[in-house]
Each structure stands twice: as structure tokens, then as C-alpha cells.
Design a protein around this ligand. Structure first.
Ligand code: PEP
Ligand code: MG
Length: 583
């Protein structure tokens, strides 16, 4: 039994497939005895491919550099055919029960260490050769993982050290039914994607990969964070019942989708969806959402290897406009950087990517790229209502620069005679404490605010949102975070601009009650949580929420605040809890 952070709800029972997220990083991967034969076959295939690759390299090298120099590659080939070495690698697979890549890495590593210890220059060069060979074999063996993933059996649960958002987006939902990672925090983007794809997931399980073997039965409980390897028949039975109960509960929630989202005392609350891909709008509407409060456009970049053109952007935004059909549609300009990209693409990765060149900062330093996106958004705005939102604004100058570039693009389009919405509303995310503290000033220069609690919590409390080691410190109920939200809501009221919340916390009914009490009237959340949020909204009154908010503001610890929210919610809407406990 392992315990991680539940990031995407649902319970699944499946079979383990371990994968190495970073194709070139070597991890020790134990296997079950039944997998030995397959691993040895994999090893043979990889060696054969490596030999034919090196023969190619040898031919080229011989033509370009002469036989003598090219002979190094003959040495590589000889090594790959060396009976003692091969026996050593096979022995490790059979004896130590580790994967072929682990065995090859360890055997070649041991050989390199032996040569290194001889302290002799001839042998020292051999060490490089062995490293080269080791990398080559590893590439062939681990490169196969991508293929393995594509050929995954039905009911596969991926177990990995870590997964990137783009890897997760690529999962085939018909066969991959859940995943667990050892690393990761509650609001990491991988977690957000899991929710969007409705893949039950647990992150931050810490040591699962060390214990999981391919093919083992595994239970993933995305509601509680529990992960059970090799469950007993009794546990399996218990979880099968849970799965059935959840199904019934979801059907009853589904009926709520078409009911209006108003509180018991008749106040309209806009529940809109967060999306990563245009097609998700259909799901948002089906679940009872009334539009899109946050489109994370950076996924246009994360789901492909090359940079999207203006037309690619335009197609995506036009599709959104069509699907939203006149409803609210907030397109956020790309929020690249930190965990959303591409640190691997950077030649020199940043030391502190979350405090680095990300998001609006990245856009302001890559103006042609930024302009391509703005042009496409504006062109799409000719076909239906769109609001533009800038992410991670931390200074007034940044906001002004972004708006300046937007106006520049508008001028270009006007000159070219291209149609767009000249009054397009422009808003910003409030997700950095500096922006929250100066909300009153910012409010004079934008048409709306959207509070991004995912980042606001991380930057207010100095807690990395994707680091499982500090996950216990990452608390939306910290009074400092709540005071910032209160001030932003006040600034919005004072300057008469709408304020919404689009962080994950908005989807938690207890927290939503607090947000309503602080004056927010729009909540933008993952589509999966819309029904239960709407049911909650329909069961409370605004004065009840305001009373809760007042009490919360008088408390000074997250533990007290969480307890108060839980107790109040249970008192006000007991039926929501009886429903949830049936999950
Ligand atoms: C946020 O920070 O709360 C937010 C909604 O943006 P993202 O999760 O994409 O950083
Ligand atoms: Mg953010």
C-alpha cells in the first residue's frame, strides 16, 4: 500500500506498466521472473540494431577518415559480440531480476570502472568507448518504451518516476486507465491534464517505482491517493464495490448539468470550464459549464514538436469560438516555461524555472512569436466573443508592454483590412503576490481579473507546486493566501471589474463557498468537477457564504480554516456529503 497525492478522481484496477519518463535517464527497473524471457529477447533485438547502426557508422567513418580511425567502431562491434560481456548482461537479467536496460547499464558500468581503476591511458580511452556503447544500447532499449506504451494492453496503469504534461496528453485513453508517479505535486500541470483527460491519477507516491513490477495488479484511488500493489481478493472486492457506487453517483450528478447555476437565494454564479485543448469545450458544456474561463493555449506548443504557425493558432481559436457559440471564452496567452516546457529544449536549463523566464516574461522577450498568437486571437474574435487574458503579470510595466504589443497588432490588422473585435476585453491573471497587493492599481488598466490560486499559493508561501516534499505546506487555506484573494476581490468591486478564480481550489465546493463569500461570482474549473460544484452552489445562500468568509478571516491557521470550511459545508449542505461518502 502506498500513499500519494490524489490529483485526478476515480478508482481503477489495472496492470502495471513501468516507464522511464526521461528517455535517456537510467533508472533501475526490477522485473518479475515471468518477464525474464521477454527482457532477454529485447536485449537481443537492441544489440542487433546497435550492431547494424554501428556498421553504418563504420562505413561512413571509413570513407571519411580512413580505416585506421574508423576501426574504433569495429572495437564497438566486437564488444557487442563479446561472449563474456553478453553473458554478464544476461546473467544480471536472470539473477538480479532487472530489466535489460538496467542490466546492460550496470554490466558496462562495472567494466568501465574496472578499466578506469587501471590508471592507464590506453584503458582510459576505452572507458569513453564503453560509455558511448552504454548510451547507444540504452537508447535502443529505452527508446522502445515509447513503442511499448503505444502497444500497451487494455487496463494499463502507467507507473513512472515523473511524467511531463505532453507525455500525459499523448496517453491512449482506451488502454491507459490510470497513472501513478513518484514525483509531483497537487497542481502540477501533469495533474491538471490527468483531470482534463479524466484519467484517475496519484502523484508524489515517492517510492512506488522501486517496488512495482510490470504486469502486477494495481489499484489506483484518485480520490484518496491510495495505491495498492498486488491487492488481496478482499481488497479487490472492496474497490470493485467503490467503483460501482461511483458510477451510480455520477449518473445522479449528470442530471444536474442542465439546471441553472444559482444559489438558493437566487444569485447567479457563473460556472465555466478550464480547458487545455479546444475539443474539451464540448465536455465542459455537457457537464453543465456555461463557457470557458481559461483556455491554456500553451498546450498548442506542448502537444507538438515544432512551433505553431499563426494559422495553427487561428484554427484552434476559431474552433473554440465555434464550439463556445457565443458563450464566454477567455483565451489566455501562452504560459510557457517552468513545468510547461521545454526545460529539456533549453540549451542551458534555468536554475529556478518557476522564478525564471516564463509566461508573459517569455512572450515579452519573444515578440514575433507573441504577435503571431495575438494576431490569431484577434482574427478569431471577428467570429464570436473572446476575452484575452495575460498570465503571470507581476509588474505594471509588464502589463503595459503586453497591451502595447496587442495594440500594435491591432493597428497592423486594421491597416491590412482584417476584421477583429476592436473592443475585445483584456484581463490579467492575478497569480503573483505583487499583482494581488497592487490589485487596485492594476484594476484601472484591465477589464477583468482572474485569480490563479495554483501559482498564487506557490508564490505567496514559497512552496514549489510540483514538489511532493513540500506538498504539505501547499495550502489554499493559508490565511495569507485568503487575505490576498480578499483584497483582489475588493479591488475588483471598487473599480467595478469582474473577478473570477480559475485555480484548482475553485473546484473544491468548500473553498468555493469561501470564494463566494468573498464576493466572487465566477468560478472556472475542470469540467469533471462542474456537476458537484453546481450542486453545491444550488444548495447555499450568499449570506451563509459571507458568514463563513467572515469567520475564516478571523482565523490564523490553515488547519483551523480547513476545519471550519469542512464543518460549515457539512452543516449547510449535508446531502452533498452523504452523496460524496457514497463515492
Ligand atoms: C493558476 O496558476 O492558478 C492557473 C490557473 O494557471 P496554471 O495552472 O496554468 O499555472
Ligand atoms: Mg498559473
Amino acid at each position: 500500500m502506498f500513499k500519494g497525492l490524489p490529483v485526478s478522481p476515480g478508482v481503477v484496477i489495472g496492470r502495471v506498466m513501468t516507464i522511464d519518463a526521461d528517455e535517456l535517464r537510467v533508472i533501475r527497473r526490477p522485473i518479475g521472473a515471468s518477464a525474464v524471457k521477454e527482457e532477454l529477447k529485447r536485449l537481443e533485438r537492441a544489440i542487433a540494431t546497435a550492431i547494424s547502426d554501428i556498421e553504418e557508422v563504420y562505413k561512413q567513418a571509413k570513407a571519411q577518415m580512413g580505416k585506421q580511425t574508423a576501426d574504433i567502431f569495429q572495437f564497438h562491434i566486437q564488444m557487442l559480440k563479446d561472449a563474456t560481456l553478453l553473458k554478464g548482461i544476461r546473467g544480471r537479467v536472470e539473477r538480479d531480476l532487472v530489466s535489460a536496460d538496467t542490466a546492460a547499464h550496470e554490466e558496462l558500468g562495472a567494466l568501465a570502472a574496472k578499466f578506469r581503476s587501471m590508471n592507464n591511458s590506453v584503458f582510459a580511452t576505452k572507458v569513453n568507448d564503453i560509455d558511448d556503447l552504454s548510451r547507444r544500447l540504452h537508447k535502443h532499449l529505452v527508446g522502445e518504451q515509447v513503442t511499448r506504451l503505444k502497444a500497451a494492453d487494455d487496463n494499463t496503469v502507467v507507473v513512472a518516476k515523473d511524467l511531463t504534461p505532453s507525455q500525459t496528453v499523448g496517453f491512449d485513453r482506451s488502454r491507459i486507465i490510470g497513472f501513478v508517479t513518484d514525483l509531483g505535486g497537487l497542481t502540477s500541470h501533469t495533474a491538471i491534464i490527468a483531470k482534463a483527460l479524466e484519467i484517475p491519477a496519484v502523484v508524489g507516491a515517492q517510492t512506488l517505482l522501486k517496488h512495482a513490477l510490470d504486469g502486477q495488479t494495481i489499484i489506483v484511488d484518485g480520490d484518496t491517493g491510495a495505491v495498492v500493489l498486488n491487492p488481496t481478493e478482499q481488497t479487490l472486492e472492496q474497490y470493485r464495490r467503490t467503483i460501482e457506487q461511483r458510477r451510480t453517483y455520477r449518473v445522479s450528478l449528470g442530471e444536474i448539468a442542465n439546471l441553472p447555476s444559482v444559489t438558493l437565494d437566487g444569485v447567479k454564479i457563473n460556472i465555466v470550464g478550464n480547458i487545455e485543448l479546444p475539443a474539451e469545450i464540448e465536455k465542459v458544456l455537457k457537464m453543465g459549464g456555461e463557457g470557458v474561463g481559461l483556455y491554456r493555449t500553451e498546450y498548442l506548443y506542448l502537444t507538438r514538436p515544432d512551433e505553431p504557425s499563426e494559422e495553427d493558432h487561428y484554427k484552434a481559436y476559431k474552433q473554440c469560438v465555434d464550439l463556445a457559440a457565443g458563450r464566454e471564452l477567455v483565451i489566455r496567452t501562452m504560459d510557457l516555461g517552468a513545468d510547461k516546457m521545454t526545460q529539456s529544449r533549453e540549451e542551458v536549463p534555468e536554475r529556478n524555472p518557476f522564478l525564471g523566464n516564463r509566461s508573459i516574461r517569455y512572450c515579452l522577450r519573444n515578440v514575433p512569436m507573441f504577435k503571431r498568437q495575438l494576431r490569431a486571437i484577434l482574427r478569431a474574435s471577428a467570429h464570436g466573443p473572446i476575452k484575452i487574458m495575460f498570465p503571470l503579470v507581476s509588474t505594471l510595466l509588464e502589463l503595459r508592454q503586453a497591451k502595447f504589443i496587442l495594440h500594435d497588432v491591432m493597428e497592423d490588422l486594421t491597416e491590412e483590412g482584417v476584421k477583429f473585435d476592436k473592443n475585445i476585453p483584456v484581463g490579467m491573471m492575478v497569480e503573483v503576490p505583487s499583482a494581488a497587493l497592487l490589485a487596485d492599481t492594476f484594476a484601472r488598466e484591465v477589464n477583468f481579473f482572474s485569480i490563479g490560486t495554483n501559482d498564487l499559493i506557490q508564490y505567496t508561501l514559497a512552496v514549489d507546486r510540483i514538489n511532493e516534499r513540500v506538498a504539505h505546506l501547499y495550502q489554499a487555506t493559508n490565511p495569507a493566501v485568503i487575505k490576498l484573494i480578499r483584497d483582489v476581490a475588493r479591488a475588483g468591486r471598487h473599480r467595478d471589474i469582474p473577478v473570477s478564480c480559475c485555480g484548482e481550489a475553485a473546484g473544491d465546493p468548500e473553498y468555493a463557498m469561501l470564494l463566494l463569500g468573498l464576493g466572487l461570482r465566477t468560478l472556472s474549473v475542470s469540467s469533471t468537477v462542474i456537476p458537484q460544484l453546481k450542486r453545491f452552489v444550488r444548495s447555499v445562500t450568499i449570506p451563509q457564504c459571507e458568514l463563513v468568509a467572515r469567520k475564516v478571516l478571523s482565523l490564523d491557521s490553515d488547519v483551523q480554516i480547513s476545519a471550519l470550511l469542512r464543518d460549515s459545508a457539512r452543516k449547510i449542505v449535508p446531502e452533498a456529503y452523504s452523496g460524496r461518502s457514497a463515492e
